[in-house]
Design a protein around this ligand. Sequence first.
Ligand code: SF4
Length: 224
Amino acid sequence: MIKGKISEIFESIQGEGLFIGERHLFVRFYGCNLTCKFCDTQLNHFEEYEPQQLFEIIQQRRNGSTCVVFTGGEPLLQVAFLKEVAGRTKKTGFKNYLETNGSMPEALEEVIEHMDIVAMDLKLPTSTGMHGFFKAHKRFLEIAMRKDCFLKTVVCLSTEESDIDEMIRLFRENRIHATVVLQPNSQELSIRLFKKIDRFKNRLLDEGIATCMIPQLHKIIGVP
Ligand code: SF4
């Protein structure tokens, strides 16, 4: 039987993105395929579960939550396991919410039928310190837009205007209809960073792209 590696299971308020403030049950998958320079996710340990075991824990801990968030790390690295668990939660009436770095479109294709919400990180090279993922993001979004989908992109002091140009091109050339959440790097909160985000936001709005700025609430108020 397939087993999944899970780092944490906890209930909290959603601290990011368009569903900020809602009570969600979080399942943090172990492991990530990227190395974003601003990453502060602690993935030092994991427990192994069979799909049915994890499903039963989710049911026990739901405490009124109707939405289960599969987060990471990168949940799509364990797509066969994710599919098994998400199939069970969906059947029971949970809303399935996937938080993903948007780099694995083939894996998304395998689970999209079970997802209700896809929150995709758009990885800007001058934010992450890695190469761009625009090609993978394009294919990923084509699949994700079958469901309720929005984008989050972390903006750092190092983020350059050229990445925003590339993002606008991605939207224009592929008829993408999804809201963009610009998320200030929590380690660099400052007037300088907010001014930069405001400039980027106005550029995206001028292009007809629905855009807002939302900081990571859970880090500000100190909840997991
Ligand atoms: S994709 Fe997310 S978990 Fe992975 S390195 Fe980047 S910020 Fe960290």
